[in-house]
Design a protein around this ligand. Structure first.
Ligand code: SF4
Ligand code: SF4
Length: 440
């Protein structure tokens, strides 16, 4: 992995964040996300003398041998791509960022086989054998180009086997076109399937209608049932979009879980094609709904159960792992999205946007990648340089950063604070929760 540049942090930025939980007093050392428990006396001392606290935190924040530098701009080899195989969708959801796969005219045709194979060749030729390689299918609705999906899976497997690569697949789908052949293809492979489901039949049909205005819930649940009943190797998850005015999470999440999904992730709209993105007062309400739901999940986990809310489960695992990064995701680093015409973009939401275009298969533009990675580093974000959440939130999604508001950032920090407390509670009540599971 090449180190391209270094971007100094803000020297006055806070190196720690103090918080408490149901089991005591704690401090998060912001760089490298290290959490320490404090006795009552230590907490009082910490809070009384800000200068000494800062000095101690800076000492505890020192980089250890082999740890990635948080100021570094590195350029890894692409390790994961999504292929935008379809430029159409059989549904017509008003908030769709992809314009049903057409990306405001930037993607008029679906992907052909030569384009897909060229992207796969490029990815698999350079990918690192030491880490998994992932090929994702997106659109529009990717199953509208089913033949290409099938071909890519077999083609990529052949090349990956020759190179000794650990190959995995993913797909984001509305689920209404799933056929037995698709399910068969996925079951026998490492496939992560994310299905868009927005609640019970009433909410889902209102938010995710067909172009003729009919609902899609019945088709979704019918087509999905065999996979839910017997997922094989498929990791199935639901993704629920939350729009302004539909923030009642608990009932909607329960309705989605009742379909049989093992977990559901909720995703608030920060940008929307139909003006339904969350704004202002929506954020405190969303936070309250999300934390109420998470508290229930935490109570279940404390007594031996699983956490079914993906957002919460992922946050806890990341905190446990000491996740700390100057980037919110792999976009433009190890991850790219390939448009139907073969152009590579930093991610799937940037398709058709020249600011995020970084070349074509076989000819990635190193200078454009470098510029993107420098500009998107959290130390380059004026709003974020001094924020205590800077290495956990990492500036949030690049595509949504321009819609950042005081309210949306307050939501992020309050959610992080909740997750940090929940982590301390869970790791005390149930330390085995974070042990790797034994595979029999
Ligand atoms: S919470 Fe807001 S200011 Fe803080 S790192 Fe995230 S996006 Fe930046
Ligand atoms: S920039 Fe945003 S949409 Fe794109 S990969 Fe990152 S988090 Fe996802």
């Amino acid at each position: 992995m090449r180190r391209m540049a270094e971007i100094a942090p803000e020297s006055s930025a806070t190196p720690y964040f103090r918080f408490r939980s149901a089991v005591g007093e704690h401090v998060l050392i912001v760089p490298h996300s290290r959490i320490f428990d404090l006795s009552g006396d230590a907490a009082r001392d910490w809070d009384r003398d800000g200068h000494a606290a800062r000095e101690t935190a800076l000492m505890l924040a020192a980089e250890t041998l082999g740890e990635a530098g948080l100021s570094d701009v590195v350029m890894p080899q692409p390790q994961s791509i999504s292929l935008n195989v379809s430029s159409a969708c059989n549904l017509s959801c008003g908030y769709c960022y992809a314009d049903r796969g057409k990306f405001a005219g930037a993607q008029p045709k679906r992907m052909d086989l030569d384009t897909a194979r060229a992207a796969i060749d490029d990815l698999l030729l350079h990918a690192d054998r030491a880490s998994p390689v992932t090929i994702g299918f997106m659109g529009g609705e990717p199953l509208l180009n089913r033949a290409l999906v099938q071909d890519v899976v077999h083609y990529a497997e052949k090349i990956a086997a020759g190179r000794g690569l650990d190959l995995r697949f993913s797909m984001t789908t509305n689920g209404t076109l799933l056929e037995p052949a698709d399910i068969e293809l996925m079951r026998s492979r490492r496939f992560a399937l994310t299905v868009s489901v927005d609640g019970d039949g009433v909410v889902h049909d209102r938010q995710r209608p067909t172009p003729q205005g009919r609902g899609s819930y019945a088709a979704l649940t019918k087509r999905l049932a065999p996979l839910i009943a017997d997922p094989g190797n498929v990791q199935v998850a639901a993704r629920m979009t939350v729009r302004s005015g539909t923030i009642d999470l608990a009932a909607r999440v329960e309705a989605v879980l009742a379909i049989g999904f093992p977990e559901v992730g909720v995703s608030p709209l920060r940008m929307s094609a139909d003006d339904s993105a969350l704004a202002g007062e929506d954020w405190p309400k969303y936070l309250s709904e999300l934390t109420t739901l998470s508290r229930k999940e935490l109570a279940t986990a404390n007594t031996g159960g699983a956490i079914r809310l993906t957002n919460f489960a992922v946050a806890l695992k990341q905190i446990h792992a000491g996740a700390s990064s100057p980037y919110p995701c792999g976009a433009g680093g190890g991850y790219f999205s390939v448009a139907a015409d073969g152009k590579w973009y930093t991610c799937h939401r940037a398709i058709g946007d020249p600011d995020y275009e970084v070349g074509e298969s076989g000819t990635l533009d190193e200078q454009r990648r470098r510029t993107f990675l420098i500009e998107r580093h959290v130390h380059s974000q004026t709003d974020c340089r001094c924020c205590w959440g800077r290495y956990l939130c990492s500036g949030s999604c690049h595509q949504e950063a321009r819609n950042r508001t005081a309210e949306s950032c307050d939501f992020i920090r309050d959610w992080l604070r909740f997750c940090l407390s929940a982590y301390c509670e869970l790791s005390t009540c149930r330390p085995d929760f974070f042990l790797p599971r034994t595979v029999n």
